[in-house]
Design a protein around this ligand. Structure first.
Ligand SMILES: C[S@@+](CC[C@H](N)C(=O)[O-])C[C@H]1O[C@@H](n2cnc3c(N)ncnc32)[C@H](O)[C@@H]1O
Length: 384
């Protein structure tokens, strides 16, 4: 019987070492796994070339680790930006394409300087996207620089993978150069951003990403990674009995609003986000602002669990990492929630470990980290 090695897991959680290696630092995302955790779970639950599923893949940590470990993988996330970054972070890019980054950055710099000098758009159009409250969130010179960067990425003759890579770097700097206070604080204040600082931030980011992608190319396997922007409740596109292990962490009820933190980024990337208010499971919007109770969370999760049971091969495992939550002053324990869900679909719980919440994910949210709530790793088996 497979069990969780408690000593090793405690070691991983308390002293993980570098959690930002290779492509893991490409883009901020709330409550990312520390990569060492999915690595341990993937190794324990699967063999080379087997198929791993992360049905709440978020920023793609499990997928990157699966690729590094020589497993095939599928990621699913309702968040368009999550699915996008999962794909970019786990896709190798030809070295020749990466070499095009430096000259491209020089051309962008010239375009920005020429634009500032002539106050015109000589021979090049820089459409500034139009979205609600745009001028509240971005200062005029930042808007211009971002527009020139975005237009350059879109109008240059680039491979689709490299274009997406450049767009992800672009997305990663948006909150920093906007008036949004921080990654998880959606209030605004006017930051001091000198001219060209937006471009310089982008150049630094892309240079770092290029270096990291070259390393990733060297060490990652060629196993396929597919990421879907889809709803966990509607996984009908995945076939029965095709997955060798599921390694995942669902949204913890009433903890985050994934749609909200990345709203400005999605405005720039032409991604829809309004629909997320409706379909994001466990959001603070639903549980804190709209007063939705835990039952709705459990019903949504149960639909996901029914698919997990169906797609997972007989006798194989699901490892799920979930935190305790508070909704309207009531505490909901993560292990109880998973027990109920497992029981309802016929999964057998094999093992469980808990520790202080926030240790195994890299949260930006201090309030989230400093509670007494626990986080749980629960191992279940698909006995058919
Ligand atoms: C705890 S995060 C996962 C973080 C991930 N482990 C990582 O390392 O980045 C939970 C994810 O569930 C996603 N999610 C919320 N509702 C969903 C739904 N209905 N279907 C699929 N994913 C959903 C959120 O967008 C979020 O990315």
């Amino acid at each position: 019987m497979v069990t969780l090695d408690k000593e090793q897991i405690h070691q991983i959680i308390h002293e993980p070492g570098d959690t930002n290696y290779l492509t893991h630092n490409f883009h901020p995302y709330s409550a990312k796994f520390i990569p060492q955790l999915p690595t341990y779970l993937i190794r324990s639950l699967s063999s080379q070339y087997e198929m791993i599923l992360d049905p709440f893949c978020g920023s793609g940590t499990t997928l990157v680790e699966a690729k590094l470990l020589g497993r095939r993988s599928i990621g699913v996330d309702i968040h368009p930006l999550g699915a996008f970054m999962s794909r970019v972070k786990s896709t190798k890019i030809d070295s020749a394409h990466l070499s095009a980054a430096a000259p491209l950055l020089s051309r962008i710099k010239r375009r920005i300087e020429s634009h500032v000098e002539h106050h015109s758009e000589t021979g090049f159009s820089y459409p500034i996207p139009d979205f609600k409250n745009r001028d509240h969130w971005f200062q005029p010179h930042v808007l211009q620089e971002l527009s020139i960067i975005k237009s350059s990425i879109m109008n240059e003759d680039l491979s689709p993978e490299f274009r997406d890579f450049l767009l992800l770097g672009f997305s990663s700097i948006i909150v920093y150069v906007s008036n949004q206070e921080s990654e998880t604080r959606y209030s605004s204040y006017k930051k001091r951003i000198p001219p060209l600082h937006t471009f310089q931030t982008y150049r630094k980011k892309i240079s770092d990403m290029v270096r990291r992608m070259r390393e990733f190319n060297q060490v990652a396997s060629d196993c396929e990674v597919v990421s879907y922007n889809a709803d966990v409740r509607k996984l009908n596109f995945l076939e029965d009995n095709t997955i060798d292990a599921i390694v995942t962490s669902p949204p913890y009820p009433n903890t985050y609003d994934y749609y909200l933190y990345h709203k400005q980024r999605m405005n720039w990337l032409d991604m829809e986000w309004e629909f997320l208010k409706e379909v994001e499971i466990g959001s603070r919007l639903k549980h804190s602002s709209l007063g939705v109770g835990i039952d709705s969370y459990m019903q949504d999760m149960q639909k996901g669990f029914e698919h997990f049971r169906r797609v997972l091969k007989p006798d194989r495992h699901l490892a799920i990492i979930i935190g305790d939550s508070i909704i309207q002053d009531d505490l909901y324990k993560g292990d109880d929630m998973v027990s109920k869900l497992s029981e309802s679909v016929g999964f057998k719980i094999l093992d469980h470990i808990d520790y202080d919440l926030g240790l195994a994910s890299r949260s930006f949210n201090r309030a989230f980290r400093s509670t007494d709530k626990k986080e749980h790793i629960i191992l279940v088996q698909n006995l058919k």
